[in-house]
Design a protein around this ligand. Structure first.
Ligand code: ASP
Length: 310
């Protein structure tokens, strides 16, 4: 390891062409990766990934924090996860109603408790001790209108079963956020935050707060953060599996490609994206959806590399 350091973030995988404004979306990614990179220059990987995710949560552009989607019942229920590869410490939260910065809630669980994952009311009570409170701005009139439209479309479809939600999710999701960084000392960290997906049932938890499925980081090996249909990432324990590919000798890029080809052969196209980092400071990303917003800023880059489509 020659002191390589850098950060890679994603803004979610999905069918993006009809749902995003590419300029503001790219600008949101750029701002987040630069903020994260600044923390990396004078801090550690953990602070960098938290900062990048915080900026994306605050932007309202992505499906996380302020911009989160709504459940079928019209509630904002957010999940987030954080992992420090130097200690394998994890903090995660799930089904938090109306919390603007779930990534800070995950960090609080990591730093202040002996637990790794807290959910619902108990988590809210604990977090209130640290100043977290529900923010009504997460449920806006515009989001409720969108929910109504989506629900109408869904209900008028031939099949209402949740197993068919996959088709809906494929068409509608526009992005969870995630970040992976490696600092000069070789510390790797991963962070991820989401609203889940539109029309999810209240109480549903995806891969985002599940260590090994939605995120994983381990010093000396690397890290991975997933986006897409969380149920599939959980069933494959996707991020741990991807980091194992890196451990077995693949670089970050090959591991990302291999992981997504496993997802595609198991669950089909249009389902998942992933970002990866390895201990040599290599990075990778791969997705089988129409697009996946991502931004990368490594030590020797003069500016971030931002992309959405192939
Ligand atoms: N993986 C997230 C979930 O299933 C959604 C996403 O990545 O867009 O909750």
């Amino acid at each position: 390891m020659g002191g390589e350091y850098g950060i890679i973030i994603h803004g979610g995988a999905g069918a993006l062409r009809n749902t995003i404004n590419p300029e503001s979306y790219s600008e949101g990614l750029r701002r987040a990766v630069i903020s994260g990179f600044r923390k990396l220059e004078d801090g550690c990987a953990l602070e960098a990934v938290v900062e990048a995710v915080y900026v994306m949560e605050e932007s309202g552009i992505f499906n996380a924090g302020l911009g989160c989607c709504l459940t079928a019942e019209g509630t904002a229920e957010v999940d987030a996860g954080l992992m420090d590869g130097s200690s394998l410490a994890v903090g995660a939260v799930a089904s938090l109603k109306n919390i603007r910065h779930p990534i800070l809630a995950a960090k609080t669980i990591m730093e202040r408790t002996d637990h790794v994952l807290m959910v619902g009311e108990g988590a809210m009570r604990l977090l209130s001790l640290y100043g977290f409170k529900p923010d009504p701005e997460l449920v806006t009139e515009a989001k409720l209108r969108r929910l109504h439209e989506l629900r109408e479309k869904w209900l008028s479809g031939a099949d209402r079963k949740m197993s068919k939600n996959r088709e809906i999710v494929k068409a509608l999701s526009h992005g969870t956020v995630g970040a992976l960084a490696i600092d000069r000392k070789g510390n790797v960290a991963a962070a991820v935050s989401t609203g889940g997906y539109w029309l999810k049932l209240s109480g549903r938890v995806g891969d985002t707060p599940i260590a090994g499925s939605g995120f994983y980081a381990e010093n000396g090996v690397g890290g991975a953060v997933a986006t897409g249909i969380g149920e599939y990432a959980i069933r494959l324990t996707l991020c741990r599996r991807t980091v194992e590919l890196i451990r077995s000798g693949l670089n970050a890029k090959l591991a990302a490609d291999r992981a997504i080809s496993v997802v595609t052969s198991t669950f089909g196209e249009g389902t998942m994206g992933i970002i990866t980092i390895d201990q040599q400071g290599g990075y990778g990303y791969s997705y089988n959806t129409e697009g996946m917003g991502r931004a990368i800023m490594m030590k020797d880059f003069s500016e971030p590399v931002v992309g959405i489509f192939q």
